[in-house]
Design a protein around this ligand. Structure first.
Ligand code: HEC
Ligand code: HEC
Length: 172
């Protein structure tokens, strides 16, 4: 009786062991990365693939915005090809975003308990191919003192009117 139970148990364990082994063979075979220039060389195929989904949503585009079609069987895409010029723009964006985090954000002192936010594609793009650069002031009319010229006419406001002027001021 005891040995029968033991037999059944060990068979079960064997079946489970075989099943979990064969599952690892069922897993999708990872593709090969052939043309990585901006991402770290250590990135795996799955990590690149995950970033691609993030790019797609952050810019509100499909894969073909940055990837060119295959010569033989278009409209299939050739992910390794550099024929689509948007891909190289995206590479510059990857480098820029990394620099922003490593050179600038890393210098900020963190006074809160929360970790500092990282700059991502979405920080700027927010679902747009080109980020919105203009601030809409239409619904933002702060109370101003009635006497004197309006703020927009003062020299101070003029000095703040361009980003380069702002940069100069903040360098002091
Ligand atoms: C915003 C542009 C952009 C979008 C959208 C985009 N990709 Fe990419 N993709 C790139 C860039 C840039 C690289 C190369 C990165 C590098 O050089 O480090 C790349 C590389 C790849 C690679 C690796 C190719 C190789 O052989 O090295 C795959 C696979 C890939 N993309 C799949 C996709 C898929 C699938 C989608 C849609 C879900 C997608 N991409 C959307 C820009 C984009
Ligand atoms: C600091 C802000 C900022 C960040 C962060 C940023 N971008 Fe951009 N990106 C821009 C601006 C601004 C433009 C528009 C440039 C122009 O006028 O053509 C742009 C344009 C692009 C374009 C060209 C769009 C087109 O079709 O004309 C691609 C592709 C792109 N970005 C991809 C990315 C990806 C991918 C990331 C993240 C790795 C990223 N960007 C992060 C600001 C940013």
């Amino acid at each position: 009786m005891l040995s029968k139970k033991f037999f059944v148990m060990s068979m079960l364990i064997l079946i489970v062991a075989f099943a979990s082994q064969s599952f690892s063979y069922i897993q999708r075979a990872p593709g090969k990365l052939k043309n990585i220039k901006a991402f770290p060389a250590t990135m795996t195929y799955d990590e690149v693939d995950h970033q691609m989904d993030i790019f797609k949503v952050a810019l509100g585009v499909k894969c073909n915005h940055c990837h060119a079609q295959t010569k033989e069987s278009a409209p299939k895409l050739d992910m390794s090809s550099d024929d689509n010029p948007k891909k190289d723009i995206a590479r510059e964006m990857i480098r820029m975003t990394r620099d922003l985090n490593e050179k600038y954000m890393a210098q900020l002192s963190n006074t809160s308990k929360e970790p500092l936010q990282e700059i991502t594609c979405n920080t700027c793009h927010r679902g747009n191919i080109k980020p919105e650069d203009k601030v809409n002031l239409d619904n933002h009319r702060p109370e101003r003192p009635s006497q004197g010229p309006s703020n927009t006419n003062t020299t101070a406001a003029k000095r703040f009117s361009s980003l380069s002027a702002l940069a100069r001021l903040s360098n002091k």
